[in-house]
Design a binder for this molecule. Structure first.
Ligand SMILES: Nc1nc2c(ncn2[C@@H]2O[C@H](COP(=O)(O)OP(=O)(O)OP(=O)(O)O)[C@@H](O)[C@H]2O)c(=O)[nH]1
Ligand SMILES: [Mg+2]
Length: 369
């Protein structure tokens, strides 16, 4: 399938977000539908990955310089710049690194823009390393709140948990980008190259709509005990374990990727073992990928664990209201634009209302979500 025909879009926001998406594209190949968005023109120098510069007039292609408010305003100047790239998109996986200006400031507005077009959004957002300092941590946590309001699913990924045991600062950042790119490449393989049990983009879309917060991790192993090894790695992964005591797991989405030697008993062991550890009563969706060329001898597992938290419940209500308001605003703008076509004729005014504008828009009524 041509990438532009896929209903699933991978979208990178900000410098590190764009770097990660280019990494996924290199690993997965040209058939992935990908887009990068940044206020820094240097993110757009790769000819292969489509790029949209935001804030051209305001920031002159130099980035937001660590100021989220600048990036937010820059996107809101011209939100429609994305639309040429959204034709046919139904689900967007958005990758951003919080802590700087563009990723922290523009992501929530971009998500809101997509949601207003009926696109289901899942946001993978990294949080800065502790060594980056309190200012970046604060910027990131503020951004996280507004993204959670706007997105269907938010997967926070603290970099200190994504990359462990690395002491060199530069190496830690490089490894973070690599690790995330590898993990997202696996997710794409599960969705677009179904094996024995299919989990496709539409399943994902249904599972993700308004699902709230999720945790994401991957693990891989070789050899006779690979199922046990993968289970052990997942059960001790800081990305899955920390903070879990406050969360009730409501659903699990698992992809198992392997070559031709995948055994049924291994699938059962990993699926059952994981459910026993993370949520017996959670709904469970499983997909497998059979790809001998890529995974020969290896057993690779990627999991998304959706948490039912009080926060998630509350924000879902707000998110729904946000979406309806956004949609109504857009409809009203469209109606206004359309009414220009009748600018030569008299308006049909009655009791101070313009009857050429539909009632549900004049009265801000909700027709559907
Ligand atoms: N994975 C990865 N993360 C990085 C890298 N460089 C920075 N980061 C992380 O990403 C966060 C945001 O940095 P950038 O993506 O450079 O910032 P930006 O969104 O482009 O914002 P501005 O440049 O201020 O407009 C940082 O606080 C780091 O946590 C990198 O090379 N790889
Ligand atoms: Mg930047």
């Amino acid at each position: 399938m041509k990438p532009e025909n896929s209903s699933l879009l991978l979208l990178g926001v900000g410098g590190a977000g764009a770097t990660t998406v280019r990494g996924v594209r290199r690993a997965y190949g040209a058939s992935i539908r990908a887009l990068t968005v940044d206020a820094d023109a240097s993110s757009g120098t790769s000819a292969e990955t489509p790029f949209v510069l935001i804030g051209g007039d305001r920031l002159a292609g130099r980035g937001a310089g660590g100021l989220p408010a600048e990036a937010r305003a820059a996107f809101l100047d011209k939100p429609d710049v994305l639309d040429a790239h959204l034709e046919g998109v139904r689900t967007a996986v958005i990758v951003t690194a919080l802590g700087g200006g563009t990723g922290s400031g523009a992501t929530s507005e971009i998500v809101r823009h997509l949601a207003g077009r009926g696109i289901v959004t899942i946001v993978f957002a990294t949080l800065p390393f502790a060594f980056e300092g309190a200012e970046r941590q604060n910027a990131a946590h503020n951004a996280l709140g507004s993204i959670e309001h706007a997105a269907d699913v938010l997967v926070p990924l603290p970099l200190d948990q994504l990359v462990t045991g690395e002491d060199n600062m530069k190496e830690a950042l490089v490894r973070a980008a690599d690790t995330l790119a590898t993990a997202l490449t696996l997710l794409w393989r599960v969705l677009e190259k179904p094996g024995y049990i299919a989990l496709d983009a539409e399943h994902l879309r249904n599972a993700l709509t308004d699902a709230g917060r999720a945790r994401f991790a991957t693990a891989a192993a070789f050899g006779a005990d690979r199922a046990e090894d993968v289970l052990r790695a997942l059960s001790s992964s800081p990305l899955l374990v920390s903070g879990s005591s406050i969360a009730h797991v409501k659903s699990i989405f698992m992809g198992i990727l392997a070559g031709d030697d995948l055994r049924l008993s291994e699938v059962a062991r990993v699926a059952d073992g994981f459910r026993a550890a993370f949520g017996r009563n959670a709904t469970f969706q499983l997909g497998t990928v059979n790809d001998e060329a890529t995974f020969s001898g290896r057993l690779v597992v990627a999991v998304l664990v959706f948490d039912e938290t009080a926060v998630a419940k509350g924000t879902r209500e707000t998110r729904r209201a946000d979406r309806v308001a956004h949609k109504n605003r857009k409809n009203a703008e469209a109606a206004l634009a359309a009414s220009d076509r009748f600018s030569d004729s008299e308006k049909t005014m009655w009791h101070n209302e313009d009857l050429d504008i539909p009632t549900y828009l004049r009265h801000n009524l909700t027709l559907d979500r």
